[in-house]
Write a protein that binds this ligand. Structure first.
Ligand code: SF4
Length: 360
């Protein structure tokens, strides 16, 4: 398949691996931001093929993993109040403080697992006597569809639909990681799909302020190895620039139609990241004009506040301070079938990727 098989080609990938081995002279810590990239690195055995001196650090780029416990509890509370809650499948097994959405469904909650928020708007239209909430989790990538669902409900005059928004933004999280005194990261692989929506302009200030190379990178083995090569080459040459490895998809200004839809419905505001805490300007908040489609404003759930499980060190994993197999619970009390934290649930979570694919 065009643009897929070429990027899984072993010979082409090996050429870049050989170059990385040739040019690497010292230890470099490179963080891949996106959980999809982590999954691909681990699944394709790339971590084992890199020189020991090139160390990949797994970043916080799994939206399921960084959705705060209290938002999961809020979604479960809505189910208990008789609301139809709709969600993508990856959220339903993530543990809240007492149970997951799936367990809430098992005791009678009307949870619907969907592929698109527009399906949730249709459900609201079919059930005018019920409230319908879509659990709108994601990075910049899912924000356009969630914003569109609100605009669609408005256009159709549907008033029993709202979203429980948990959108997080990548560049502020990168800045928070770089500002951490424990940060040892020399370079970032930025998430290609996020840049496909938002463009790459937000990354120039990070490069110039923190003097760090950032490579916008795709998800296939060749993408990742080429991105790592571009990062190592810049580091070895003492350069720090923004480069776009994923130019077949990512354009300088992104998808302007998608950005316009996002800006119509959402504004930027502070967001809580699970395991990291609140990061200023790191999330999308529903604008006042669309407040009646904001589940947190519509329902009395704002009082809910849930502490994290103290046995789970997801915060350190998500900030790149520790690897999943450095967690005492990894593979013992915490497994995909019985996860203590979100990174063990999501297919993009670093802990699940290590559990399924990495030799311990
Ligand atoms: S292995 Fe489990 S307990 Fe440890 S950080 Fe990962 S999700 Fe949390």
């Amino acid at each position: 398949m065009k643009y897929l098989s070429e990027y899984r080609n072993f010979d082409a990938t090996k050429k870049y691996l050989d170059e990385i081995h040739k040019i690497t002279t010292r230890v470099w810590n490179i963080m891949e931001i996106c959980g999809g990239q982590t999954h691909s690195l681990v699944k394709n055995g790339i971590l084992d093929l890199l020189p020991d001196k090139v160390r990949m650090i797994h970043g916080p780029g799994c939206p399921v993993c960084v959705t705060p416990l209290n938002l999961i509890d809020k979604a479960i509370e809505l189910l208990a109040q008789g609301v139809i809650v709709c969600s993508f499948g990856d959220m339903i097994r993530v543990p809240g403080s007492k149970k997951s959405l799936l367990e809430a469904k098992a005791v009678g909650g009307d949870l619907r697992i969907l592929y698109s928020p527009l399906e949730a708007v249709s459900i609201a239209k079919q059930h005018p006597d019920k409230e319908v909430v879509f659990f709108a989790v994601g990075f910049e990538t899912t924000a356009p569809a969630n914003a569109l669902s609100v605009l669609h409900a408005e256009k159709e005059g549907i008033n029993n639909y709202s979203i429980l928004a948990s959108h997080v933004l990548v560049p502020p999280a990168m800045e928070a990681i770089l500002s951490d005194e424990l940060c040892t990261i020399d370079s970032f692989l930025a998430a290609g799909h996020v840049c496909a929506i938002m463009g790459i302009q937000e990354y120039y200030p990070l490069v110039s302020t923190y003097k760090i190379p950032i490579i916008v990178t795709g998800f296939e083995p060749l993408d990742l190895v080429q991105g790592i090569y571009m990062a190592v080459k810049q580091l070895e040459e003492g350069r720090c620039e923004l480069e776009n490895q994923y130019a077949r998809v990512v354009k300088e200004h992104g998808n302007t139609a998608a950005i316009e839809v996002i800006r119509k419905v959402f504004e930027v505001g502070a967001r809580e990241w699970r395991g990291i805490g609140e990061i200023p300007n790191s999330g999308y908040i529903v604008k006042d004009d669309y407040r009646k489609y904001d589940a947190e404003a519509k329902f009395d759930i704002s009082y809910m506040n849930t502490p994290e499980n103290s046995d789970c060190i997801a915060g350190e994993i998500l900030r790149g301070i520790k690897k999943p197999n450095q967690c005492d619970q990894f593979g013992k009390t915490c497994k995909p079938a019985n996860p203590l934290g979100a990174p063990m649930v999501s297919s993009e979570g670093a802990c699940a990727a290590y559990y399924h694919f990495q030799t311990i």
